[in-house]
Design a protein around this ligand. Structure first.
Ligand code: NAI
Length: 464
């Protein structure tokens, strides 16, 4: 197969940034250029202090420090990077459509199409195009059609190479993936392109972990993986509510079933609900695709995962209001955590946003402490919902940079993210400064319930 020496990646986000940083780190002979239209984002990736790169992931700034300027580059010059590269990864966002047909369900592919048209316009030499973004099954067909009908008569091969990294452990996952999945055309040219990408990963991934399939299996496998993972969370969350009514403890139940090797222990943590940019959007997309083929039962089956997750988020807020004597109006509620999970600064679809929104409808005052999320981000997340004016959001919600300050005078604390540091706080000090009775709602099973109850907290944990 052709040896790749120049890679371009369109999209310098949570996927494009870390994946390309690791490819550059592991393949010093390949020049990797990551491009984005967002100038502020590129500037942050180029910040001389790698602690200021726009994606927070443990270990990432060190990888960037090692490769940047050597064979890893971040740029806003999209045309130039496309023109030079032999292989182009498309790693742009594919959010849920907010308008028109499929609104609220289907993936919005306008960014993908723009990339395809730009590649077609700029390319003067043959290219291998790699779908890194998560895409509906059969998207490669559309990409191919655009490239072949609008290009300069150069040859394009299209591969699907979905990314399975988890935020919070992205670098670890990229260094030692469970598998790499690459889908390609069965033609000779298709298989040659596929082999070129296999050879890139083989620089650090054992060959037996590199799976190859046809394009459609690869595209659909990514949606399927996210649907299965989210389904486990919704399944255990559904049982957490039953536990609360029966005296069973969901964590004891999870341990009991997780030791069954057919079930396995991972992804069985009951919580306030899953967030993140992917699970919801990808399942909605799967549901939409199934409906579009007339497969109602398939669609309804997977949609239930989302319905359960929405219920879990909502009932957490309701529990807070009911416990606080049916009113939180004018009361201070302290949120510990805003990110959708620990060890990331990503807040997309975080449960905290929706629980906060419900409590704001009840006129609560919310103070938020998160070790990695900025005040602007928190306001932006709430404003995006359009539930009330931006002025009201900023009057009712304050971001605080000190956790003890955040909890001072609060009627209740809600733990929304499982940051490790929450476990080691001086909880006696926090208790002493709260309004009594001091309530604590643990949405992530973070604190020692017995210890905090002994201090005097009224503790509510999900599923107990
Ligand atoms: P993101 O929103 O962080 O990054 C996408 C970037 O693409 C943005 O910076 C945007 O400015 C840029 N972009 C959009 N259109 C462009 C264009 N025409 N030219 C140049 N740049 C353009 O999104 P994220 O989280 O990196 O996700 C990207 C894809 O990867 C999505 O399809 C997502 O489903 C998938 N994915 C995400 C995972 C995650 O953990 N976030 C994991 C696995 C897959």
């Amino acid at each position: 197969a052709k040896k790749i020496t120049k890679i371009c990646c369109i999209g310098a986000g949570y996927v494009g940034g870390p994946t390309m940083a690791v490819i550059a780190q592991k393949c010093p002979g390949i020049q990797v250029t990551v491009v984005d239209l967002n100038q502020a984002r590129i500037a942050a990736w180029n910040d001389p202090d790698t602690e200021n790169i726009p994606v927070y992931e443990p270990g990432l700034s060190a990888v960037v420090a090692e490769a940047r300027g050597r064979n890893l580059f971040f740029s806003t010059n999209v045309d130039e990077a496309i023109a030079e590269a032999e292989m182009i990864f498309i790693s742009v966002n594919t959010p849920t459509k907010t308008y028109g047909t499929g609104k609220g369900m289907a993936a919005d592919l306008k960014y993908i199409e723009l990339c395809a048209r730009q590649i077609a316009r700029v390319s003067k030499t043959d290219k291998i195009i790699v779908e890194k973004s998560t895409l509906p099954v059969r998207t490669a067909e559309a990409v191919k059609s655009i490239l072949q009908n609008t290009g300069n008569n150069v040859q394009f091969q299209i591969l699907s190479n979905p990314e399975f990294l988890a935020e919070g452990t992205a670098v670890e996952d990229l260094h030692a993936p469970d598998r790499i999945l690459i889908g390609g055309d069965p033609t000779e040219e298709g298989q040659e392109a596929l082999q070129a990408l296999v050879d890139v990963y083989a620089n650090w991934v054992p060959r037996e972990k590199i799976l190859t399939t046809n394009l459609w299996s690869s595209e659909l496998s990514k949606l399927t993986a996210n649907a299965f993972l989210a389904q486990r969370v919704s399944s255990i969350n559904a049982l957490s509510e039953l536990c609360e009514h029966t005296g069973a403890d969901v964590f004891e139940v999870a341990r009991s079933i997780g030791t069954d090797s057919r079930i396995g222990p991972k992804f069985l943590n009951a919580s306030v609900g899953f967030g993140g940019s992917c699970f919801q959007k990808d399942i909605l997309n799967l549901v939409y695709i199934a409906r579009s083929y007339g497969l109602q039962q398939v669609a309804d089956y997977w949609e239930q995962v989302i319905i359960m997750n929405d219920h879990q988020k909502r009932r957490f807020g309701t529990k807070i209001v009911r416990t606080l004597y049916n009113t939180v109006s004018g009361k201070k509620i302290a949120f510990l955590g805003w990110a959708f999970k620990k060890d990331t600064n990503d807040t997309r679809e975080s449960a905290a946003i929706y629980v906060a929104d419900d409590l704001l409808n009840e006129q609560a005052n919310i103070a938020v402490y998160d070790p990695k999320v900025t005040a602007d981000q928190i306001q932006g997340d709430l404003n995006y919902l359009h539930s009330r004016s931006e002025a009201e959001n900023s009057a009712l919600v304050t971001a605080v940079t000190d956790p003890y300050e955040c909890c001072k005078g609060a009627h209740a604390i809600a733990i929304m993210t499982e940051w490790d540091e929450f476990k080691t706080y001086d909880w006696e000090r926090i208790y002493a400064n709260m309004t009594k009775p001091a309530f604590l709602f643990d949405g992530r099973n973070v604190v020692d319930r017995k210890k905090l109850s002994d201090i005097g907290f009224k503790v509510y944990s999900i599923g107990k």
